[in-house]
Design a protein around this ligand. Sequence first.
Ligand code: ADP
Length: 289
Amino acid sequence: MTRTAEPTANLQQNELGNIIEAYSRVTERLEQSHLRLTDEVERLHRQLDEKNRELARKERLAALGEMAAGVAHEVRNPLGAIQLYASMLDRDLERLPEAQRLVQKIAGAVTSLDAVVSDILAFAGNDRLELHAISLDRVLDEVLALAAPQRDVLGATIHVDADASAVQVHADDRELTRALVNVVFNALDAAGPGGTVHIHVTEGEDGFVTIAVADDGPGVAPELAQRIFDPFFTTKDQGTGLGLSIVHRIAESHGGQVTVGPGHGGGAVFTLSLRGAGDTEPVDHRESI
Ligand code: ADP
């Protein structure tokens, strides 16, 4: 009896050990897959929250854009009339320099108002896009020419780090210029007198081209990083808060994006990503959306 009972007990103990080991392996695997699933659920929640925020922003902006465009159109007609009458008075008042100076001030104020109206219409952005392969070099030349007066007033410097001559993007010429002008003007503003702005172009392997505009200004506080793209958000006395919302709309309408982050030595870096035209894209290819 005792001779056979011992091996049986050992056998049972081994089996029990195997079962416990298998059970703990399964438990461990279950725990790991539970953790993976929890992470995945959290990631999907975050993605959903982000999409919901984007959708809410789009809806808000569409309603605001429609209203703003309506107001801007209504304001533009009387502004045109004021400008016309001011220029007529300006001619008639040649012998009354004091009165003529006042009329010229009125004309100057109307020009500023007209620029705001143009910004509002650009923000509403009802123009149809004309997308084609365009050379970034040419766009940057135009942007630099437009920014030159402000650069010179500030005694600032603008460096274009990369040779962008070979880089083409799939974009609307006018809209891309407008977006880059807004970002570069802001960068000059932030950099201030004697400041420096760097424009860096890179072609990613994903077919996207990124244009990074870095300045040596005070940078953007992290809590403001999302708000600065909202229409009418400004920290400037004379600002309209429309510049970056126009950039955001243009980036999105091109299937790209604009982001802001800190620069290496302080300052802000605004990065605009756009679809590259690719080597095979015919240069004169046109399409509208
Ligand atoms: P505006 O220039 O009329 O204020 P924007 O929409 O172009 O309107 O900019 C919104 C705000 O974003 C600015 O008032 C400023 O606070 C911030 N901002 C934009 N560009 C920069 C920059 N390069 N550095 C720091 N802050 C910036």
